[in-house]
Ligand binder design. Structure first.
Ligand SMILES: Nc1ncnc2c1ncn2[C@@H]1O[C@H](COP(=O)(O)OP(=O)(O)OP(=O)(O)O)[C@@H](O)[C@H]1O
Length: 261
């Protein structure tokens, strides 16, 4: 069953050339995709279309068989600049989305249908994710008291407590130093697989595209019509970085991007 089906998408910002024209694509449930391409080719735009933050000019995007008309509560977003509330503690930041849901109830728009508030369960979920992301002991700290990596972990925990079935991530690790970046990449691979979450990660880093994406969507400058999708079995290996085919796969991505190998 497909998670995302993009059908004959046309989109461009007003007064500018189309970024996507009759662009179609299917992303199966539970797969991890990366989206790479030159600056300005429309990677973030495609992600915001899949998030329901932008609307297609023509064509449609279906998620789980439903045409996307607005952001859905089951989609989790993670951005480069984590967006934590500076005046709230780690625990309050992680619980933020769940607390907001309480005001709307299970309306299917702000919270999934059938969702029920349960304070005890919520506290347990928040603690569990704080722990899973290695932030135990930091619950009462404020974002300014955390390292960049810890802030991004808190942002990931805040998204994960919402039990997303789809994670849309825009350069989530690009502001981090290499060791922290590698650690969080590994963490997202493990979490995504364990929870069977469909993951789409925008990156400008070829190695990251190969590590995280079992399919790599290569977008091009100008108007994208037919998608270039590279199958990448290396991402399914235990340690993609040290796999014998890693360099060859990176070379393949570079070539698909039109760069010199
Ligand atoms: N809200 C907007 N209004 C008008 N133009 C926009 C808007 N957002 C992005 N653009 C333009 O659309 C094009 C695609 O932008 P987008 O951010 O999707 O590219 P990108 O591939 O993610 O780039 P980068 O790798 O630099 O982040 C760019 O030319 C950008 O200037």
């Amino acid at each position: 069953m497909s998670m995302i089906r993009i059908h004959q998408l046309c989109f461009g910002y007003s007064g500018k050339a189309l970024l996507f024209e009759n662009f179609s694509l299917t992303i199966p449930r539970g797969e991890s995709w990366t989206l790479i391409g030159p600056s300005g080719c429309g990677k973030s735009t495609l992600l915001s279309l899949m998030a329901g933050l932008q609307k297609p000019r023509k064509g449609k995007i279906e998620i789980e068989g439903h045409t996307l008309k607005r952001p859905r509560p089951e989609s989790g977003l993670v951005f480069q600049d984590h967006g934590l509330l500076p005046w709230a503690t780690v625990a309050d930041n992680v619980a933020l989305g769940l607390n907001i849901r309480r005001y709307y109830g299970a309306d299917g728009r702000h919270s999934p249908r059938g969702w029920q508030h349960d304070a005890e369960k919520q506290n347990k979920t928040v603690s569990r994710w704080i722990q899973r992301l290695g932030l135990e002991g930091k619950e009462d700290l404020y974002p300014a008291q955390l390292s960049r990596g810890q802030r991004q972990r808190a942002a990931i925990a805040r998204t994960m407590v919402m039990k997303p079935d789809l994670l849309l991530m825009d350069e989530p690790f690009s502001a981090l130093d290499p060791p922290i970046r590698e650690e969080l990449q590994g963490l997202m691979i493990r979490l995504g697989r364990r929870e069977s979450i469909t993951r789409i990660t925008v990156t400008h880093d070829i190695a990251e595209a190969v590590i995280l994406g079992e399919k790599i969507l290569v977008a091009k400058a100008g108007t994208n019509q037919r998608p270039t999708i590279l199958k990448n079995p290396v991402a399914l290996e235990k340690d993609p970085r040290t796999h014998k085919d890693f360099n060859a796969m990176c070379k393949g991505v570079r070539q698909a991007m039109g760069e010199q190998p």
